[in-house]
Design a protein. Structure first.
Length: 135
């Protein structure tokens, strides 16, 4: 989606997650949306990628790895935590990303509560089995 509105591009990214079957054309759309200048579009794209066919997602992995690396020093770690979650779901090296997610999880917001990035990190850690939900 190349619409001028970032909100519409974000909606397009979210809709990609619901379309079946996944196709090569969708991979091309994901590739473009992962490089979007607006964070909301990239976040919606990463969320959609969480549920994307792993075989078709393989060409997108280097772009997602770039997000993890390029956002390392960012004040807002939500996008980075989502990118690491995508990498873990799509076969990334857990020994590399799990410690980074725990670092994000331990970081508190200015008010002392768990940040949004921390919540994303906790969800990723739970999905990969690094932490378990209490029963």
């Amino acid at each position: 989606c190349r619409h001028e509105s970032p909100e519409l591009r974000a909606v397009a990214a979210a809709m990609l997650a619901t379309r079946r079957p996944h196709t090569q054309e969708m991979v091309e759309a994901f590739s473009h949306l992962l490089s979007d200048p607006h964070i909301i579009v990239r976040i919606k794209t990463l969320l959609a990628l969480l549920d994307f066919d792993p075989d078709l997602a393989a060409p997108l992995i280097p772009t997602v790895e770039e997000i993890v690396e390029n956002k390392k020093d960012s004040d807002d770690q939500v996008e980075r935590a989502l990118a690491m979650d995508c990498l873990l779901i799509h076969g990334g090296d857990s020994s590399k990303y799990v410690p980074e997610l725990f670092k994000i999880l331990r970081t508190r917001s200015d008010s002392g509560v768990l940040s949004l990035a921390g919540m994303v990190a906790m969800e990723a850690l739970m999905q990969c089995g690094a932490i378990e939900e209490e029963k």
